[in-house]
Ligand binder design. Structure first.
Ligand SMILES: *Cc1c(COP(=O)(O)O)cnc(C)c1O
Length: 361
């Protein structure tokens, strides 16, 4: 087979070595005579897989002991509702809206309880993260919600230390978790759907500080109550076993690669290649995001001549560079270059872009 370079925003590219390992183990996991998909989630084999996944994730992110790691379902989208259900306790929460995903989180929170807009960058077409002095913060808020990598608009927060943490910080890290080291103790709750930078779709990771648990009202479904999930090691019902297994293989792959500091180096180098291709195109390609908020994971760009969009997509596809079409809400192109995208893929894209610009400039 010929392996292409996949720039999809999610579900997205997985490490080749992980796919091969999963293939080798697919029919018979570690000589137990069955596939991971066929195991009881309460058997010792799967319990071992689950515990290893949690321990490896804790190691990668250096998760302090006073945080619970939950493996849930429903995607990051269910978290948009589950977070206010668990943390509001009759109060109000603040939301910073910097793109489509934090906008959705804000809308969904309003269905559940009281949510306040602390700042929106909509007027500037979501092209930057606001400065601290632009945020109108409620000192009594139950939490402050931010999305630190807007997958569609390509806006990333690089300086976590600058985020206010007077009230618990709740962060949607779906599309850049594990792309670099993070000081988990800065946050009240971190969440991420798996299908961007962790593994296949189906599992959602929530890392939550102990003292935030136990405030959910008694009338929410027990499956949605973090403290009930934590008490049961996220096994209140059948968890997405195969997705957890795959995420666990990715965690092991990351550890073997040198962990998140090594990933940060790799990702910084890749992003530099792609932004250089855009910036040195003499205006043929353009990225609208403020320099300090350019995402290392999701790089949206437009062509100065949108009438060339279709041929760009067709020719890049012929060159083995797939899923470059931008999100329908912003148009143009988007290259997602998660951990598993090798630098060779980014270089091939940059080379193609230069060639395409030369032919059509
Ligand atoms: C993809 C994404 C979501 C939604 O994830 P689902 O798993 O589809 O619910 C939420 N937030 C961000 C930042 C995302 O990239």
């Amino acid at each position: 087979m010929e392996r292409i370079f996949n720039f999809s925003a999610g579900p997205a590219v997985l490490p080749w070595e992980v796919l091969v390992e999963a293939q080798e183990e697919l029919l018979d996991w570690h000589d137990c005579g069955m596939s991971v998909m066929e195991m009881s989630h309460r058997g010792k084999e799967f319990m071992g897989i689950r515990d290893a996944a949690e321990n490896d994730l804790r190691k990668l992110l250096n998760v302090p002991d006073n945080y619970k790691v939950l493996f849930l379902q429903g995607g990051a989208t269910l978290q948009f509702a589950q977070i206010p259900m668990n943390l509001l306790a009759g109060r109000s929460a603040d939301y910073v809206v910097t793109g489509s995903w934090s906008e959705k989180a804000f809308q969904e929170a309003q269905r559940v309880g009281k949510a306040r807009l602390a700042c929106s960058t909509r007027d500037g077409n979501y092209s930057r993260f606001p400065r601290r002095e632009e945020l109108q913060l409620d000192p009594d808020a139950a939490y402050l919600h931010v999305c630190t990598n807007e997958t569609i608009h390509g806006v990333e927060v690089h300086d976590y230390a600058a985020l206010p943490d007077d009230v618990p910080l709740v962060v949607d890290m779906s599309s850049h978790i594990l792309s670099r080291p993070v000081d988990v103790s800065k946050f009240g709750l971190i969440y991420a759907g798996a299908q961007k930078n962790i593994g296949p779709a189906g599992v959602t990771i929530v890392i939550v500080r102990d003292d935030l648990l136990g405030y959910a009202p008694g009338n929410i479904p027990s499956l949605l109550d973090y403290s009930v999930q934590a008490e049961h090691d996220s096994m209140l019902n059948t968890p997405p076993t195969f997705a957890i297994y795959m995420a666990g293989l990715v965690f092991k792959w990351l550890l073997a690669k040198g962990g998140l500091a090594a990933m940060e180096k790799h990702n910084t180098a890749k992003a530099a290649v792609l932004y250089r291709a855009i910036d040195e195109s003499g205006g043929f390609y353009r990225n609208p995001v403020a320099l300090e908020n350019r995402s290392r994971m999701n790089v949206p760009f437009t062509l100065a001549k949108p009438e060339l969009d279709e041929s760009f997509l067709q020719e890049s596809k012929n060159a083995g560079l797939l899923q470059l079409k931008g999100h329908k809400s912003v148009g143009g192109m988007r290259a997602s270059i998660y951990n598993a995208m090798p630098i060779e893929g980014v270089q091939a894209l940059a080379d193609f872009m230069a060639l395409f610009a030369k032919r059509n400039g």
